[in-house]
Design a protein around this ligand. Structure first.
Ligand code: OAD
Length: 230
């Protein structure tokens, strides 16, 4: 049976009230990437970085999945083949919508990571500067999110899935950040049909065989309905 690999980005959570990064008024127009999303930024000003992710963690905690998240969970449950969900998002809206085994390649707001020993644990609602690691006792606790200059998680697994995909979809992502922006080419090389579902054409739109533009809450449920009717 056909194997489907889906990559999601901030656009799928936009209608749940979580801001995207690069749309007008997005997070990267309010904060400098170098300050809040790099290891150097954390070393320079850990307070600022903890506050940035604390605010995002608090906002994400009350956000509800929208029809796009729910539709992807339904596809996973009802599709006779495998449906692999890879997300660049650090929120838990796929899981809240019912999805299983989501590969969070950029980490999660729910996690804390020890910069010293690499131990991971559940982040408190508010992380403080010098957050103590429960394993080694050092005060190097940071959000378990992947920053610029760091290697995303699950890359071996993801490339193996892309290499075996029959259908690849990218949903709500601008195609600015690699390696995720290059997944479409990997999947296409493996012979997969490729489809972009986004509000506007992404930076890598020309690499897709098929495109559908509109809000994810509309385009994704319609696409899933079509697939499940096939
Ligand atoms: P971006 O903010 O770069 O792009 C969001 C995309 O979603 C844009 O192409 C929008 O057109 C689209 N969009 C907005 N609203 C939508 C809606 N209602 N329905 C469908 N699409 C919509 O976010 P990402 O591509 O996810 O990484 O950004 C990738 C990475 O860059 C993030 O994971 C983050 C960021 O820097 C790190 O922090 C490491």
């Amino acid at each position: 049976m056909e194997k489907i690999v889906i990559l999601t980005g901030a656009g799928i959570s936009a209608e749940s009230g979580l801001g995207t990064f690069r749309d007008e008024g997005g997070l990267w127009s309010q904060h400098r990437i170098e300050d809040v999303a790099t290891p150097d930024g954390f070393a320079r000003n850990p307070q600022l970085v903890q506050e940035f992710y604390n605010a995002r963690r608090q906002q994400a905690a009350t956000a509800k999945p929208n029809p796009a998240h729910v539709a992807l969970a339904r596809l996973q449950a009802e599709w006779p083949g495998e449906v692999i969900l890879v997300t660049q998002n650090v929120d838990a809206l796929h899981e809240k919508g019912g999805a299983q085994d989501v590969l969070h390649m950029h980490g999660t707001l729910a996690g804390a990571l020890c910069a010293g020993c690499g131990h991971r644990w559940t982040a408190p609602d508010t992380m403080r500067v010098g957050e103590l690691c429960p394993a080694c006792g050092a005060g190097g606790g940071r959000p378990d999110v992947v920053w610029f200059g760091e290697i995303p998680y699950f890359m071996d697994q993801i490339y193996a899935h892309l290499g075996a995909a029959d259908l690849f979809a990218a949903i709500g992502t601008s195609g600015n950040v690699y390696p995720a922006a290059g997944f479409v080419q990997e999947a296409a090389m493996a012979g997969a049909h490729t489809i972009e579902l986004n509000l506007d054409p992404s930076e890598v739109v020309s690499n897709f065989a098929e495109t559908r533009f509109g809000p994810a809450s509309k385009t994704v449920p319609a696409w899933v309905d079509e697939l499940l009717r096939r």
